[in-house]
Design a protein around this ligand. Structure first.
Ligand SMILES: Cc1ncc(COP(=O)(O)O)c(C=O)c1O
Length: 352
């Protein structure tokens, strides 16, 4: 049984997430060749190089390497708030839905959620979510913007919308965190730079272990003072590592080699969306396939999303059931255009 399961996993066209990628031989070579030190003592040269590079890339004074996107968001939230504060964000936000409630458990914050559209919202929503300056209410402290937005189907925030929301937040005395787990997907899709998106945010996070193909790691960037706090909270959360330069080498390799190719993932996602939209019993909005994430609905005549994804799995295609009738597919560097074609053929067979 175990042999069958692992061989299916190895040969499957795995579209469950862009986190499933394995490091390429060239990335592994870069990792093996890394010069390392002890990052707890502050002298790992590859970590220092990565942090300096990412600070520059995001237009911030400093950056701190952390093990995961969850810790990137968690340390940023903790650095930007005090217990009892309230966070304003979209109801589909990753920080809210999928991080074990760490904003509450670790930072002691409550949330005020905006309905929004595909994970995005505007200045009026922020204004309406702001609590009056009265001791009865929690203190509104922080706005979180997620770009691209995962549950929004990889939607890309227009730059002027981020600028408007962030400027209004600042005017209202709120801090801004940009959850840029997939910021590079947004940059490749829109042509804007990470620094342009991050300019009005106090902190920005980015993941190396999603579409960029590194095995581990994320970054938080911001002012010197904020990153000192992030660094302290990383220690408090148990996220400090020693010879982490090996991981930083993978991240540097990813930033140097795997950014422009994200355009291919976006094209693959669009091809897949176009095919799905044509299949009987499946539906998706092709115009919403902006980057590498797409969601589609399964007609109950084909069973539940879990049933359909099980049949896909048995035919060597892995996708994630994300609702009773909803499935998510995510393209990435371990799935070629040819394999997208094969996945489409499988889906045709299962729907006809
Ligand atoms: C938008 C967003 N933020 C944060 C995270 C958390 O990243 P990690 O799984 O590395 O903790 C994810 C993970 O998918 C994500 O999609």
């Amino acid at each position: 049984m175990a042999a069958t399961a692992s061989s299916t996993a190895a040969t499957a066209i795995d579209l469950r997430s862009d986190t499933v990628t394995r490091p390429t031989p060239a990335m592994l070579e870069a990792m093996v060749a890394a010069e390392v030190g002890d990052d707890v003592l502050g002298d790992d040269p590859t970590i220092i190089k990565l942090q300096e590079h990412m600070a520059k890339l995001t237009g911030k004074e400093a950056a701190c390497f952390v093990p995961s996107g969850t810790m990137a968001n968690g340390t940023a939230i903790r650095a930007l708030t005090e217990p009892g504060d309230e966070i304003i964000g979209n109801h589909t936000g990753h920080f809210y839905l999928y991080e074990s409630g760490n904003y509450a458990a670790i930072s002691g914050c409550s949330v005020r959620l905006i309905e929004g559209d595909r994970g995005q919202f505007d200045v009026e929503d922020v204004r309406a979510s702001m609590r009056p300056p009265d001791a009865h209410f929690p203190h509104s402290a922080l706005v979180i913007i997620e770009n691209t937005n995962n549950r929004g189907g990889g939607s890309v925030w227009p730059l002027d919308k981020i600028e408007r929301v962030a400027a209004e937040a600042r005017r209202l005395g709120l801090k801004v965190h940009l959850d840029g787990a997939r910021l590079m997907n947004a940059c490749v899709a829109s042509g804007h730079t990470p620094a342009e998106y991050a300019a009005r945010a106090d902190t920005v996070s980015m993941c190396f272990s999603k579409g960029l193909g590194a095995p581990v790691g994320s970054i938080v960037a911001g002012s010197q003072a904020l990153i000192r706090r992030v660094h302290r909270f990383r220690k408090l959360f148990g996220g400090t590592m020693r010879q982490s330069g090996y991981l930083a080498a993978a991240a540097l390799y990813a930033i140097e080699n795997n950014v422009q190719r994200l355009a291919q993932d976006h094209e693959n996602a669009r091809t897949l969306a176009q095919a799905i939209a044509e299949l009987p019993g499946l539906s998706t909005d092709v115009d919403e396939a902006e980057t590498n994430i797409l969601y589609y609905e399964v007609d109950p005549a084909l069973g539940t999303a879990a049933d359909f994804s099980q049949r896909l799995e048995e035919s060597g295609v892995r996708m994630l059931a994300t609702g009773p009738q909803q499935i998510r597919a995510v393209t990435h560097l371990d799935v070629s255009a040819d394999q997208i074609g094969q996945a489409i053929e499988v889906m045709k067979k299962l729907t006809h």
